[in-house]
Design a binder for this molecule. Structure first.
Ligand code: IMP
Length: 200
């Protein structure tokens, strides 16, 4: 199956393409097919924003379209930055957003620094209907940045089972355990079942 990825984020595009390529899917970004649309994320949930992005691109290309909406939810900040992860503190770069998160979490003890990444993957089909998959990945927010890989809040997101931050994992290691990697695998499993039903 050929899918269009509704994302402008080069890091996310790379992660999504690798996982879907493992299933033998052909994937192109909206940009690759001449669509450069910065979709406004007006929803208040990951599900709403994921659907808004997929629908906007599907309306323009008429091909099966996949969007991911994701973010970091920090318990000590009542779930912030959540759907506002990309705009947290109105900062302009990943590095500044990490520093801002550290500032907001100053004085919070280790046992209360729990957090999770959330990814909601929505695939919409031109014939109507779609598939939604949600996954979370649990971790802890460190008090300093560690590691050079990945993007976003990866240098602050420590995964106790691995003893490393997301930014210290290789791309393949991150994909194997991440919210996005697992949401995509869950999507692919649902898609396989959906095809099975469609064939009958
Ligand atoms: P959006 O889904 O494009 O609205 O933005 C998601 C934002 O959440 C990103 O810009 C990052 O700040 C953060 N985020 C989502 N997934 C990850 C990840 O895998 N690692 C680090 N940060 C992430």
């Amino acid at each position: 199956m050929k899918f269009v990825l509704a994302s402008q984020n080069a890091h996310k595009l790379a992660e999504i393409s690798v996982v879907l390529a493992d299933f033998g899917d052909e994937v192109v970004s909206a940009h690759d097919i001449g669509i450069d649309l910065d979709v406004e994320e007006t929803g208040t949930t990951f599900e709403e924003n994921s659907r808004i992005k997929a629908q906007a691109i599907l309306d323009l290309c008429g091909m099966p379209t996949i969007a991911d909406d994701s973010g970091l939810m920090v318990d000590a900040l009542d779930g912030a930055p959540g759907v506002y992860s990309h705009r947290f503190g109105s900062k302009d770069s990943d590095y500044e957003r990490c520093l801002y998160l550290l500032e907001r979490m100053q004085g919070i003890p280790a046992e209360n620094r729990t957090a999770r990444f959330v990814s909601v993957v929505t695939c919409l089909f031109p014939t109507g209907g779609g598939i939604v998959a949600r996954w979370t990945c649990e971790g802890v927010i460190l008090t300093e940045l560690r590691g050079k890989n990945g993007f976003g809040y990866d240098p602050l997101f420590f995964v106790p089972e691995f003893g490393k931050t997301f930014a210290e994992l290789s791309a393949a290691e991150k994909n194997a355990i991440s919210h996005r990697g697992n949401a995509l695998r869950s999507f692919r499993e649902q898609y396989r079942e959906w095809i099975g039903h469609a064939d009958k």
